[in-house]
Design a protein around this ligand. Structure first.
Ligand code: ADP
Ligand code: MG
Length: 322
């Protein structure tokens, strides 16, 4: 559906997007996740033909966004980070204007305006001035304009930024519903949000793609931080002997909390945390050593994100001068 290849964008000496390549398949909800300044908006602006690229190509259903912008743009609806709303118009007037600009006319224009107002549930405020609407409703109007023309792909830049928790939930539900019948790409710097809405996550940091996977697989990437923490009543050498015999893994740490009480951390694959727990439990029980606390630790996306973006964010982004 969308092919982005070797996309690079420089602002003067600063490289905002650095050799980004990825493919978006039809019919899924994708999330661009990254800290502020990662290059998400720049990438979206280029993909939607609002900004030129320094290098690289973007193809929408085969149409090159730079060579055949009209054909490519028809396939996409875009809600930029700053929604392009006319504050002194009503949603209905505004949507008619945008629809006409997208080439819709007469009955078809009227039908589509009704449809998108229905989809985004803004019928009740259709005749109010946009400037008087809450941020949540403004955002809905912004999404409604992106839906006009029935594009195959909807691109939403930080659609929930600045919303209160209830508005946030409503907009997320709306996005989920939209994702049932089309391709949706949204950006966010909130991990839990992309985890909740997106089927695939692209983590962008320092202008580069640092990961592209399903949220649950990204968690698996961090197997190293999965493990078990437990406290056992044993002396250091006793515990060491038991752990060596167990030979469950090479990596474990052993700290003495107080005399006769040890804290042990064992690394374990997410899939076998339970079996490791069981073996540890019986090994210590057999030697009459009581485990008084046992917690299995599963890495979350937050940790994955920190791990993956660590190097990339602090890395030099100056364009090399020849
Ligand atoms: P994000 O949307 O992930 O927060 P942006 O794509 O907006 O990131 O910005 C990426 C980087 O490019 C930032 O460091 C930003 O300051 C810089 N940048 C964005 N637009 C411009 C511009 N017009 N001129 C110079 N630098 C820019
Ligand atoms: Mg942005």
């Amino acid at each position: 559906m969308i092919m982005v290849e070797h996309l690079t964008k420089c602002y003067g000496d600063f490289m905002a997007v650095n050799n980004l390549s990825f493919e978006i398949e039809e019919g899924h909800v994708y999330g661009f996740l990254g800290p502020n300044g990662a290059g998400k908006s720049t990438t979206m602006n280029i993909m939607t033909g609002c900004l030129s690229a320094t290098e690289g190509t973007v193809r929408i259903d085969g149409y090159d966004i730079f060579e055949e912008p009209q054909m490519a743009k028809k396939l996409m609806g875009y809600l930029p980070e700053q929604p392009p709303l006319y504050l002194n118009e009503t949603p209905e007037e505004y949507l008619k204007f945008v629809g006409a600009a997208k080439g819709l006319k007469g009955m078809e224009l009227a039908r589509q305006v009704e449809k998108v107002m229905d989809q985004t549930k803004i019928g009740s405020i259709r005749n109010k001035m946009i400037c008087t609407l809450s941020k949540g409703y403004k955002q809905r109007v912004g999404i409604a304009q992106a839906l006009l023309g029935n594009p195959k792909v909807i691109i939403l830049d930080e659609p929930t930024a600045g919303l209160d928790p209830i508005q946030m939930i409503e907009i997320r539900d709306l996005i989920r519903r939209l994702g049932e019948s089309r391709t949706v790409i949204l950006s966010s710097h909130i991990l839990s949000e992309v985890q909740a809405i997106c089927e695939k996550v692209l983590i962008i940091a320092g202008g580069r793609l640092v990961a592209f996977d399903a949220p649950e697989n990204l968690e698996k990437l961090m197997l190293s931080s999965n493990g078990i923490d437990f406290k056992v009543e044993a002396l250091l050498e006793e515990a060491e002997e038991i752990m060596e015999k167990l030979a469950i893994c090479e990596e474990y740490t052993l700290d003495e909390v107080e005399t006769g009480l040890l804290k042990i951390h064992v690394k374990a694959d997410m899939d076998d945390v339970r079996s490791v727990c069981r073996r540890v439990f019986f090994a210590f029980a057999e030697k009459q050593k009581a485990i008084v606390e046992m917690v299995s630790k599963k890495a979350n996306l937050e940790e994955v994100f920190l791990e993956l973006t660590d190097g990339a964010v602090s890395e030099e982004r100056e364009v090399e001068k020849e």
